[in-house]
Design a protein around this ligand. Structure first.
Ligand code: ADP
Ligand code: MG
Length: 920
């Protein structure tokens, strides 16, 4: 043992082995008796023992605060270290007590090395702290960081390469080192049961600036006889990570309970009981002769490594590490799908009595909107500025409930009745007026009452209103309309997420719902707490559902949400239920924050991006309202009292970030209308009889000849449009190919013979579609027929589906090309001008970058398949070669906002297949 390879921590410059530095001496250390644990213990399998036989030992010696320390280190090289493109180090740290030592992480080492990590495990000196003499009461904490940074230097860990797996005091040492200098450390770290008394200065800033975060894990007991740790000891760090204003970017919190080890853990396990376990193993390494050794389930490993290996979060979301610094409206964007409002609560009597300072100031902006958006300033007592943001509207304390309703929810009631989903949130610290805004006192009611009276006033006779009312408390949903306990899981239903077993009721009046909601409010109280307390620590969601009469399908939903208080509740000393509640509220609000940030990032990078809706039941339930199919209003509530300044800044920052969320609202009303129109058109259809695939239709302009196939207007149909002249014969091949695949096709012989007849042809086409009962057929246009199709789509956008445009004029082989040139020596100069010049108002394109197309295609909208035969002088061009032909194709395709597809080798059957596949 011990004669194996050295530790390679940087493959970029060849093999680097740890070295001594000025401040720390590193000596090789031969494995001693205690190391026999790694080679002999029954707990390890053969693969692990084989790996451990290559273990290298060092001892690091250093002097801190006048005391000499020596720390044993054990190192393992990554599997395929030389091939690994980047070097990564898993630094395994642990507390130092009677039942723990570096063996703690030993079952993690094999998967770590297989994942391409070099492993460095060490024993920190001292007991009860990372550095410091056992029993010493002096504060050594500042030296802990120094100790670890000295070691990083000896290990010559390249910048950003050390991922930390640390438990207890080891994690404290890491946090202190990271706060001092984050350079050697990677972006993601797994910390367990870290009881840090005070979060070191600089930690938050360093995490933010490096796009780093922490997975904080908490488990009180790994085996029944283990003395419990107080999980609440984690609250300093969890308060930082779960502070809603961080938008969940600094990390997350996983709490779980090991199966059979009943601990006092106050919170429900977030992982199953064997996710990560631990047991006592005999080892001479530990003072007590045995040590706690961790084991992780395959699921757990997968989750941890996926987390640790992820690249750092991209720090530059626009300009700042923590996302945008300005609201979307301040940046000039009008965001109609996600509006953000601020409401300032007036000072309460008790606040007036103690003459609370006012820390908020509001002013109109000159943004050209009526009413103009407003700026809200947050100033502290010394009048230094703590925040400055512009929002759609800031409701000052004097604003009435009615005024707030009129600007926020009232416009949404119309949308809801017309089939659009809407979501209204109240967000903010406890006591800032969320419940007042949403429900309000009976004599001056809030949004719910006012919305309901407007809804019932305008409820169409063919629609019913149903409602549901739930509370989300400690990750449990409670049906507030029923006495029964517990609700089932959230499932993805037809109309979005649904809760299994939730009672839904049909309402005939506003007062009926209001009474049920008032009764529901009394169900919110639990035995232990009064109603107010539970309501501030839980989310309440009223869901209104509009349905067609006697139908089960939801037409549209309106979610009105009173969120739990966003204050940072995990203060030290909070234990038991309080700790569980606080942690839970903050976990769900940071999950909300992370969803918001992921949406912003995906929007900026124009990617789909993974949006972590699944991280919390709250975000799952409100998925539609956050980036989904809903119009959303966020009303962020703040108080002007100066003692809530930091909470107000936090709320305003959250609101500012959320203002960048863009929802994708489906216009059900528009869809409904289109369906109705379609039905009307179909109703007026005439019967077309074809004989031998040919027939005529009598229109105002005269009899129009049509070739093709016909069953009924209900079939998917493609209308073929040929060039000027012998239109129908040239389309015969394609008609046959479409008939062969049973696709309904009609090619009309239009009357136009010149460009000036374009609009009269379009009029004939519309009349033909009406006559046939075709609401929105697909159009195929060839050469001049392509121009007809584009013009038709522009004049009657709702009466044409997708377009397939093809250049046939220029499709030719070498012999045909030569013949053309012989007939017209100028052919090569005008080759691509033909009908397509119409896209450029009949002039030659000034450039090929697509600029300069004229008014003829201005504002064109629609999906187009653009077929173009790629060749030079009749010889097929290799794909991707830039030629005159490809440049023209690009320019013309760009005019209709698409890219060309090479059709040189396509047969009529190929084109038919494309048309069939391209129907809307
Ligand atoms: P939250 O739901 O955010 O915890 P509440 O809505 O319960 O806060 O409001 C806290 C207190 O402030 C309540 O007594 C409430 O009546 C009062 N309050 C809140 N907003 C207003 C307002 N705009 N005008 C008058 N009183 C208000
Ligand atoms: Mg409330």
């Amino acid at each position: 043992m011990g004669s194996g390879a050295s530790l390679d921590v940087s493959s970029s410059e060849g093999i680097h082995v740890p070295v001594s530095t000025e401040k720390m001496v590193l000596e090789k250390q031969h494995m001693d008796d205690a190391d026999a644990f790694f080679s002999a213990a029954a707990t390890f399998n053969e693969d692990e023992k084989r790996l451990f036989s290559r273990m290298v030992g060092y001892v690091a010696k250093t002097c801190l605060g006048g005391i000499e320390y020596s720390m044993p280190l054990r190192c393992l090289q990554a599997v395929d270290a030389l091939e690994a493109p980047e070097s990564r180090v898993a630094l395994c740290l642990h507390g130092f007590g009677d039942d723990r030592c570096m063996a703690l992480w030993s079952h993690f080492w094999l998967p770590m090395t297989q994942e391409g990590f070099h492993v460095v495990a060490l024993d920190l000196p001292g007991f009860g702290r990372a550095s410091g003499k056992p029993g010493s009461t002096k504060d050594w904490s500042s030296l802990d960081g120094e100790l670890l940074l000295r070691l990083m230097e000896c290990l010559r860990i390249p910048s950003g390469c050390a991922s930390v797996f640390a438990e207890g005091i080891g994690a404290c040492a890491f946090l202190r080192a990271y706060a001092q200098d984050p350079t050697p450390f990677a972006a993601h770290h797994v910390l367990l049961n870290v009881q840090i008394g005070e979060v070191p200065k600089g930690l938050r800033e360093n995490l933010e600036s490096r796009g780093a975060d922490i997975m904080l894990c908490g488990c009180e007991k790994f085996y029944p006889a283990q003395p419990p740790w107080m999980l609440s000891g984690l609250n300093q760090l969890s308060a930082l990570l779960l502070d809603p204003s961080t938008m969940g970017l600094l990390g997350t919190f996983v709490l779980w309970k090991v199966k059979d080890a009943d601990g006092p853990t106050p919170i429900r396990s977030m992982k199953d009981g064997t996710w990560w376990t631990g047991s006592l193993e005999k080892t001479a390494l530990a003072h007590a002769g045995h040590a706690l050794v961790f084991r992780a389930s395959p699921d757990c490993f997968q989750e941890l490594f996926q987390y640790v290996r992820a690249p750092p979060r991209k720090v530059a979301v626009k300009t700042s590490p923590l996302g945008p610094e300005m609201t979307s409206i301040e940046m000039g964007e009008i965001n109609d799908t996600f509006s953000v409002f601020i409401r300032i609560r007036p000072l309460l009597e008790r606040e007036l009595k103690v003459r609370s300072e006012n820390c908020l100031a509001v002013s109109d902006t000159d943004f050209p909107r009526d009413p103009p958006p407003q700026r809200i300033l947050v100033q502290s007592g010394d009048s230094s500025l703590k925040g400055s943001y512009v929002f759609n509207r800031v409701f000052e304390q004097s604003m009435s409930q009615e005024a707030v309703y009129n600007s926020t929810a009232k416009p949404f009631v119309q949308d809801f009745l017309a089939g659009t989903n809407v979501t209204i949130f109240a967000y903010g610290q406890t006591g800032t007026g969320k419940t007042y805004t949403i429900f309000g006192p009976p004599e001056d009611p809030g949004i719910v009452t006012r919305s309901l009276s407007d809804i019932f006033e305008k409820l169409p006779a063919d629609k019913d209103l149903h409602y549901e009312y739930v509370q989300l408390y400690l990750d449990d949903f409670k049906d507030l309309l029923a006495d029964a306990a517990g609700l089932g899981k959230l499932v993805e239903g037809k109309a979005g997420v649904e809760l299994v077993g939730l009672s839904s009721q049909k309402a005939t009046s506003a007062s009926e719902i209001l009474q049920a909601v008032a009764k529901g409010a009394t169900r919110r109280a639990t035995r232990a707490q009064d109603m107010n307390e539970v309501s501030s620590r839980s989310h309440a969601i009223l869901m209104l559902r509009l349905k067609h009469a006697n139908s089960v399908d939801i037409f549209s939903s309106m979610f009105i949400v009173d969120l739990a208080g966003s204050e940072r509740v995990a203060r030290s000393g909070v234990t038991g239920d309080g700790f569980a509640e606080a942690t839970n509220v903050n976990l769900s609000l940071t999950a909300l924050g992370r969803v918001v940030m992921s949406l912003i990032e995906a929007d900026i990078n124009q990617t789909k991006g993974f949006i972590p809706y699944n991280a919390s039941p709250l975000t799952m339930l409100l998925k539609a309202g956050l980036g989904g199919d809903s119009k959303t209003a966020l009303i962020a509530c703040v108080t002007q009292a100066a003692d809530s300044l930091s909470e107000s800044v936090s709320t305003l920052r959250f609101a500012m970030q959320a203002s960048h969320v863009k929802n994708k609202v489906e216009q059900k009303q528009a869809q409904d209308q289109a369906d109705q129109e379609k039905a009307k058109i179909a109703e007026a259809a005439n019967e077309l009889r074809l004989s031998g695939g040919k027939g005529t239709v009598a229109l105002t302009a005269g009899d129009i000849e049509v070739w093709g196939t016909w069953q009924s207007a209900a079939e998917e149909t493609v209308i073929l449009l040929g060039g000027l002249g012998s239109e129908l014969e040239e389309l015969e091949g394609l008609i046959a190919a479409l008939r062969d695949v049973n696709h309904q096709v009609l090619a009309p012989k239009l009357l136009g013979t010149a460009e000036k007849h374009l609009d009269s042809d379009v009029a004939i086409l519309l009349e033909l579609c009406d006559w046939l009962g075709l609401a929105k057929p697909v159009f195929y246009g060839r050469d001049w027929g392509a121009v007809r199709a584009v013009r038709y789509k522009m004049v009657h956008p709702k009466r044409a589906g997708n377009l397939v445009l093809e250049n046939r004029l220029n499709k030719m082989d070498e012999a045909q090309y030569k013949a053309k040139v012989k007939k017209d020596p100028n052919f090569s100069l005008q080759e691509y001008m033909g009908p397509w010049l119409w896209f450029f108002d009949g002039t030659f394109p000034k450039s090929f970058d697509g600029s300069g197309f004229g008014k003829n295609v201005k504002g064109f909208k629609g999906k187009v398949l653009f077929l173009w035969p790629y060749h030079t002088k009749g010889r097929h061009d290799p794909p991707k070669k830039v030629t005159a032909c490809s440049k023209f194709a690009d320019a013309y395709a760009k005019a209709v906002k698409t890219k060309p597809v090479d059709s040189y080798l396509m047969t009529d059957a190929d084109v038919a297949a494309r048309i069939v596949g391209f129907a809307e």
